[in-house]
Structure formats: C-alpha cells, structure tokens
Write a protein that binds this ligand. Structure first.
Ligand code: ADP
Ligand code: ZN
Length: 764
C-alpha cells in the first residue's frame, strides 16, 4: 500500500489487523483514489475489508457514506453486526426493518452519522430510494458477490442486472465490484454490465494453502466420516451429501453414534432450516449435514473441516464448498469420499431433472445436459487424477501454482519444487501408485472380453476373484482363463480400480434394458481398452497407502505455538456467553485467531490486550473487563506466565501469514525458538544448511529474540556489531572485509538481522 499509511492506522484501530492480505492494499488504494475496481479474491480472501476500510476513510474525508449492495439479508446483518462491534457506524435498510427502525437509519444518514449502508439490489433500483441517496451525496458503491450480474456465473440474479443504471443515475460515482468467481468471461461481463470506467482489475491467487485436500475412495462411509470427526474434536464442520434422504439418514446415524448433528436441505421447512443454520452460526451445534443448499451466506469463519460424502457437480462447486472451511486463514481439512459411481448418480440426477422439467412443460436449455455433464466429468477426472490437488485446482482456474516450498527446495534449479504442497493426499503420501498397474488393467479388461461384454461390475469382479457363486458356475465362467486371476484383491479395491479405468477412458459402462423398464449397467470395451490390452497404452492406478497411519490433523505449528489450549477453551466459553448476550454469532465477538493469540500472549492489561491480533480499540474497551480477569485467574491457577512474548517488543509486529510458510520452515522456526543449532535443524527438517541459515536470519528479523547467543558467541557478536556500526548494515560484504574475512557470512547475516530487529523495536 502506498499513499494510505493512515488507513493502516485506521485498520489497526478498528479491526486490530496489523498487516494486509494480498491485494487488499491495491484494492484499498483504488477506492481511495476514486478509481473503479473489480476485485476477485477467493472466499476468505478478505474482500470485505477492501471496501469497509476505505468507506470509513472516505466518509471521514467528507465524501458521504458508501452504499454496499449485497444479495442476502443474512449476509448484510452479519456484516453490520461485525462492523458495529468494531466501533464503525454501519446500518442496513431492508424489508425486515420496521417503520421505526427504518426512520432511525434514514435520520442517521441525513445527519451524516453513517459510514456504510447495506442495501439489497431490489431497493437500489427504486427511483425514490435513488433520490434519497442523491440527496445524501452518495458517490461510492461497493457491489458484493458481483458475479450475480452475469449469465455466465453460477448464480445469476436478474435483479443484479438492473444495476447497470448506477453510472447513469449517479453521474460521477465510483463502482467497486467484488467476487470470488474467477473465470475470464464472468469478469468481463461484470466490467461491461456495471460500465466500470478504466477499472483497476485485481485478481488474487486462488490457492488456499491452509486447506488440506483429501480425495479418498469411499469404502465404509460412516466409519470414514467418524474418523475425520475424531480428528476435529470440538471443532466445526459440514458434511455435504448429494441427496436429501442421505442428509436425513446420516443425521440419524451420527446422532445415534453420539455426535450432535443437524440437517439442512431444501426439503425441510423454512423454520427447520433456520433453526439448523442459527444453531451452527451461534456455535450451539458444530456439525451440519447438508445438501449444497447450505452455504451461501454461511459466514462462520472457524469451520475446520468440510466433508463431501459424494462428488460435487463441478470443480467450481468443489472449490466453493471446500472454500467455506478455514476462512480465518487457519488450517482446515477438506475430505471428499469418492466413488466412480458418483458420475453415474449425477448422470441419472440430470436425466431425471430434465425429464421432470419436460413433464412440467418447462423449457430446458439445449446444451444444459451437455454442459452439466462436462462439468461433472471434469470433476470426476480431478478426483481420479494423481496430481497435487492444490496444483490441479489452481490450474483449473487458469493460474499457475507455486508450491510453498519453492525456491529453497529447488536445489537443482529446474524451477520445480520438490516437496509439493504438503497439504493434499498425494503430497502427504496418503495414496500410492500401484506397481504394474497396466498388467492389472489388462487382466480386468480381459475378463470383460472373455465374459462377452455382457455383464456388470459385480459379475466381472466375481469371475476375477474366483467366486463360486451360482451364476458364475451356471455360466461356466469358472472355466475361463481369467477365473480367479485377481484372487488376492478385495472387492472394494477392485471396484475402485474398475472405476479408475472407466475414468481414464479405457473401459466403458453402458446402460442396457434387461426387461422392459429395468436397466442395468454393463461393462464394455472401447478403443482405449484394446490399446491397453495390446500394450500400446499404459494406465496408472492409485490406492490408499495400506496400513499407513491414519492421516493426522495438520496442526499448524506456528498458529498453535505457545497457545495455552486450556485457556483457549475457557475463552471460547466466554465468547459463547458474550455472543449469546448480544445475540450475535460468536465470531463477531472474536475470531478463533484472536482467541488463540489471547491464549498465547495472555495479556494482563488493556494496553497489552491491544497488542493481540484482531483487537482494535473498541473490542478492547468492550471486552477487557471480561477477558482480562479470566486470563489472570487462569494463569494464577495454572502457573502460566502472563504477557508472553508480546510486551512492547512485538508492538508493531504483524502476525506472520503462517499458512504461507513451508512445513520445514515452520518446523525450523519452532526449533529456533528453543535455541537449536543450525546443523541440528538442518538434519531434522531435511533442508540444506545454507537454507536453514537463511531461515534463521529471517526468524531473527521477524521474531526479534532478545539474543542470538545460541548461535553467535558474545565476543563474535560484539565484533560484528562494531563493524556494522562502522560500515552500516545495508550490505554484508563491507562488514566481512572490515573483519578481515574472519567471520563467516552466515554469522554476519544473523547478527545484522538481530541488529535490524532491535532497530525496529526502538522505532516502534
Ligand atoms: P471474503 O469476503 O473474501 O470471503 P472476508 O472479508 O469474510 O472474506 O474475510 C475473511 C476473514 O479474514 C475474516 O474473518 C476477516 O476478519 C479476516 N481478515 C480480513 N482481512 C484481514 C487482514 N488484513 N488481517 C487479518 N485478518 C483479516
Ligand atoms: Zn499437493
């Protein structure tokens, strides 16, 4: 960010953030410079701050309130609650307000007391309302969920179209559009529809490094789901299902297993749905089982896992649904339990919906089936692909993926990182490629050929496994050369391989009518099958690692480091109580990040509480008298120290975006904290000494330890310091020369990092 240093202060004051997320700076700059903009950031990327902070500043500058257009009343309400809890004057005007409330808002607007006004698109297009806004001198508009304006988006809303009039009705106004939908076509459509004038187009990185993606074969679903739940005790999550009746079933099963789960789907009454959603947002229930109807407007930022019990209908949907996890930037897990059968379930669902539409006389767009199938097949390929999940996802959205460890790990300089994302099933080693996959595939395909391409998966598997079931014997299939060829394999494993072959296009599945009205799926060979059988084409098959330890929850070392977990739980309890009393969702009071930092720093005074992440002036004033006594009592009881690592040393230190760090680096940081030697760390994290030496310099500079005596003897430190005072710290070489080349560059770098750290503490 350039010209808007004051805005940083304002953000710190109200939001308690000391650092901006990627593109927030340029987005804020554009708005402050009164240049139209289109900001595309993934869910959780921090779009709201991009217009909320400038709105406050513009209002202070006398440019009137900013009008924010948002499609859902519930979304508006949350934003308004959050803003007010940060001491910002915001309000909404919507159909739920009574006449008195409405008058109060309009009075406040006339008195110039509001910085932000949230409205629905329907209201904005009303001429009388437009007159009112003109009277107020409104000249800044922020359009949230701007993709709703485009036919090409996944969520078109006709009422958004009418906002094309903004530029005409409010001459000279500025319009700022925000969306998480990245495709080029939608982007261009937004710019054209809203008639943005030479907009700053800011498109963020679509990778969500804090999410761990796992796509695992669905075997015993409930058991698998419970395993994930067990990794996330007392944490919030969503289980997505394809069908309403699955929702009802799973809710019953899970509750039977003693897990408190609520359902949500479009077949429930509005009241029931509301109850589920509220319980989830109020943190009275941490587990929702839902169809995709649940999601839009779910702004709970501490969702720690999203489970898909079946494959979503597109990669876009997958990105969006998984994107609801970890919006606070902390680690979260997304597990999809996949079966090749999902592709066919979707196909049937689409056929059914087309048939229903036709019956009802509704027109179905000519390419609806084709385009839906295209999306589903892309998703299916994504599930089967053995490529890093982060990489494949980001590339689908037309971006290039840079693994977090890149650079330091690129020892041979070929530009490819060697550690992968460290946050997906493939890179974490949950799956492995099976050796001799092509030979195995040939056996399966031969069995399809020998049985005459007339049978379904079940029968082909029975033959391959040497089953003695009646049908096999009756047909004489126990005499075939392929009988019992894959005896050693389990049913579900074989089934998964067969689906993988179908997914790779080397085996086909067809519906045939057996009696009138009943159909069955049979396996058929295709051109690809013959290529494989003739050895002209190879296939790859993957399977979960056998006997591997269960995937562990990735506990972000840095984000939990130093956190007193017992205190964290107590603070969570307090947060729930405060939220209940104010009738707002708990995250409006404090985010999980803030709770962790409170439980880490354990401030003893209001001043020190202000140093905690996410605590601005207002939150400090409102909650210090509840939070501080709780912390003090806890520390007295448990003997934990107060005011940890915060003090004034860290006053101006931004919390590091931990999720961007590679795992080895994170691990190294934890070891430095304990004073571990460079060689020791190098061995432990598997990185070259030179790399670890760089890590140490960075750590010293950002973490500002009191001393670096663990790595540099006092006498050497004194000499380097003296040389640095003489020659400056801008370059290392002059210091090296000043010391007659007797002190290695490494050591100089660490000392210089420390001197800089001390310097910045003084400045702060
Ligand atoms: P989006 O609308 O893009 O999905 P939000 O605006 O809801 O994202 O922001 C997601 C979360 O990130 C919120 O909890 C918000 O408070 C937090 N956040 C936003 N900007 C910052 C920042 N600069 N530093 C720390 N947290 C931030
Ligand atoms: Zn990966």
């Amino acid at each position: 960010m350039n010209a808007n240093g004051n805005l940083l202060d304002l953000i710190e004051k109200h939001w308690g953030f000391r650092e901006l997320r990627p593109l927030q700076g340029p987005a804020i700059d554009a708005m402050m410079a009164r240049r139209d903009s289109l900001v595309v950031l993934p869910t959780g990327g921090g779009k709201s701050l991009c217009y909320q902070a400038p709105a406050v500043a513009l209002s202070l500058r006398g440019e009137g309130p900013t009008v924010v257009v948002s499609p859902l009343i519930s979304l508006m309400k949350d934003q308004v609650d959050s803003l007010r809890s940060n001491g910002i004057a915001a309000a909404q005007l919507d159909s739920t307000l009574g006449a008195d409330e409405r008058r109060q808002v309009t009075d406040e607007l006339r008195a110039g007391r509001l910085d932000l006004l949230f409205v629905s698109p329907e209201r904005l297009v009303m001429p009388a309302f437009q007159d009112f806004l003109r009277e107020l001198g409104v000249r800044t508009f922020a359009i949230d969920e701007a993709h709703c304006i485009s036919h090409w988006g996944h969520d078109f809303r006709p009422e958004y179209r009418q906002m094309a009039m903004l530029k005409e009705v409010f001459p000279g106004c500025n319009v700022h559009a925000f969306t998480a939908t990245a495709t080029e076509r939608v982007r261009e459509d937004i710019v054209a529809q809203l008639k943005l004038d030479d907009p700053a187009v800011l498109v963020g990185n679509f990778d969500r490094p804090n999410l761990t993606y796992r796509i695992l074969p669905r075997q015993e679903l409930m058991k698998q789901v419970v395993e994930v739940l067990d990794r996330h005790k007392d944490e919030a999550g969503i289980v997505y299902c394809l069908r309403r009746r699955d929702v009802d079933d799973y809710v019953k099963t899970l509750n039977g297993l003693g897990r408190h789960a609520l359902g949500y789907h479009a077949g429930m009454t509005g009241e029931q749905r509301h109850k589920s959603q509220d319980a989830f947002l109020q943190e009275k229930c941490d587990l929702i089982v839902a169809t995709v109807a649940f999601g839009m407007g779910i702004d709970r930022s501490n969702i720690r896992f999203v489970i898909h019990a079946g494959m979503p209908k597109s990669i876009e949907a997958y990105q969006q649904e998984t994107g609801r996890a970890g919006r606070d930037g902390l680690e979260a897990e997304c597990v999809l339990f996949y079966s090749g059968a999902d592709l066919f379930s979707w196909k049937r669902l689409i056929e059914k919906s087309v048939a229903e539409a036709k019956e009802a006389g509704t027109e179905v767009a000519a390419d609806f089936v084709a385009s839906s199938m295209m999306h589903i097949e892309a998703m299916d390929r994504y599930c089967r692909s053995a490529v890093c999940r982060h990489k494949a996802l980001v590339e689908h959205f037309g971006q290039t993926y840079e693994a977090p460890g890149r650079g330091a790990d690129d020892a041979d300089g070929d530009g490819e990182s060697k550690i992968g994302c460290g946050a997906c099933d493939h890179c974490l080693g949950d799956t492995q490629e099976i050796p001799d996959a092509t030979v195995l595939a040939q056996k399966i395909l031969s069995a399809v050929a020998r049985t005459g391409e007339r049978f379904g998966i079940g029968h082909v598997m029975a033959v391959l496994r040497g089953s003695e079931r009646e049908r096999v014997l009756q047909l004489g299939h126990n005499k075939l050369s392929v009988y019992g060829l894959l005896k050693g394999h389990e049913d579900r494993e074989l089934r998964d391989f067969i689906y993988q072959l179908i997914g790779q296009g080397v085996l086909a599945q067809e519906s045939v009518e057996i009696h009138s009205g009943t159909t069955a799926s049979i396996l058929k060979l295709n051109a690809g099958s013959w290529e494989v059988m003739k050895g002209k084409r190879t296939v790859r098959l993957v399977q979960p690692v056998r006997g591997a330890k269960k995937p562990e929850k990735r506990k972000d070392a840095a984000s939990w480091e130093g956190v007193d977990e017992a205190l964290f739980e107590k603070l969570r309890e307090l947060r729930r109580a405060l939220a209940g009393a104010q009738n707002v969702p708990p995250y409006v009071i404090f985010s999980d990040n803030t709770l962790r930092d409170l439980a880490r720093q354990r401030p003893s005074s209001p001043q020190n509480m202000r140093l905690v992440y996410g605590i601005g002036e207002r939150k400090m004033k409102d909650f210090a008298d509840r939070v501080l006594p709780l912390i003090a009592a806890h520390c007295r009881q448990s003997g934990a120290a107060l005011d940890q690592r915060s003090g004034f040393e860290r006053a101006a230190v931004a919390p590091r975006p931990v999720s961007k760090m590679s795992d080895p680096k994170r691990q190294a940081y934890v070891m430095f904290e304990k004073g571990a030697a460079v060689d020791e760390v190098s061995a432990a994290v598997g990185r070259a000494r030179a790399t670890v030496s760089e890590y140490l310099a960075e750590w010293v500079e950002t973490e500002r330890p009191e001393t670096v005596a663990a790595w540099v003897p006092d006498a050497v430190y004194a000499r380097v310091k003296a040389a640095a005072e003489k020659r400056g710290t801008r370059a290392l070489r002059p210091i090296f020369m000043e010391l007659d080349e007797t002190v290695p560059y490494d050591v100089i770098r660490w000392v210089v990092a420390h001197l800089r750290a001390l310097e910045s503490v003084k400045r702060a």
